[in-house]
Design a protein around this ligand. Structure first.
Ligand code: SAH
Length: 251
């Protein structure tokens, strides 16, 4: 990990309950849409972070859940919590890169990814991951999406820099179909998945983080960028959000 900005982002997010918007109820709701899973499913959670949703999937199924993340420091949270909950036999934490996942084709019944497919882009992620899925298997992802056709200029400008590939729900549904999936369902994650579940714990970490890194300009920039993102959501969070897209491989 050579990029000091990424190092600070990882260090800032390590130890948080989750590294992006989401909550248990939304994970469960998306899982319920994936009807017809085998009882001992093979599940892959891509960009799992410290595994908040990985553990929900393990607890809600009889399956084996493999969580993949690029960063060991963050994966450790999943390993520790799986052990604490007695789930070590069914939860695997694997260090890996989502752009080159180290698994054979058609080895999973269910692919999962919350708050991480943006790293590749929605279409590129779906294309790269589809071969890992057995015919008829499900893929559930959350993706940052515009909720309004005419976003306010300030929000537009902010995300044009932060995530220029961000699209409308309709465009993502069309992208999913073009990538060889049928849409089982989709829903917008509630605002509290941002405020209570993610930004609350993150905001509480910012001043202590600065105190741990006195005079570190990169740490200051990462904290300032985070504050800006949180402020943007406070003002314009009704115009964009995370959307759960639940898809089935069509053959
Ligand atoms: N799913 C978790 C984490 C989302 S944050 C949650 O919702 O809480 C995105 C995660 O993707 C981070 O944990 C980050 O370490 C990981 N990540 C970043 N680049 C990656 C890559 N190339 N391959 C796999 N994981 C990656």
């Amino acid at each position: 990990m050579a990029d000091p900005m990424i190092e600070h982002l990882v260090a800032l997010h390590r130890g948080l309950p989750r590294q992006g918007p989401g909550d248990t109820a939304s994970t469960q709701k998306a899982l319920e849409l994936c009807a017809g899973l085998p009882s001992a499913s093979q599940i892959l959670d891509i960009g799992c972070g410290s595994g908040a949703q990985t553990l929900v999937l393990a607890e809600a199924t009889q399956g084996t859940v493999t969580g993949v993340d690029l960063h060991d420091a963050i994966l450790q949270g999943l390993t520790d919590e799986a052990a604490r909950r007695g789930l070590t036999a069914r939860v695997k934490a694997v260090r890996g890169d989502m752009t080159a996942l180290p698994f054979p084709e058609e080895s999973f019944d269910l692919l999962w990814s919350e708050g991480a497919i943006y790293i590749m882009g929605f279409d590129a992620g779906l294309d790269a991951w589809r071969p890992l899925l057995r015919a008829g298997g499900c893929l559930a992802v959350t993706e940052l999406s515009w909720l309004t056709p005419n976003p306010p200029a300030e929000a537009s400008a902010f995300w044009a820099e932060g995530y220029p590939a961000m699209r409308s729900i309709e465009a993502n549904l069309a992208g999913a179909e073009a990538a060889g999936f049928e849409v089982v369902g989709h829903f917008v994650l509630p605002a509290r998945t941002w405020t209570d579940e993610y930004y609350g714990p993150l905001a509480a970490r910012l001043d202590p983080y600065l105190a741990e890194h006195p005079g570190d300009a990169v740490a200051e920039a990462v904290v300032a960028g985070t504050r800006e993102e949180i402020a943007m959501y406070e003002r314009f969070g009704d115009t964009y959000g995370y959307v759960f897209y639940v898809l089935r491989r069509s053959d």
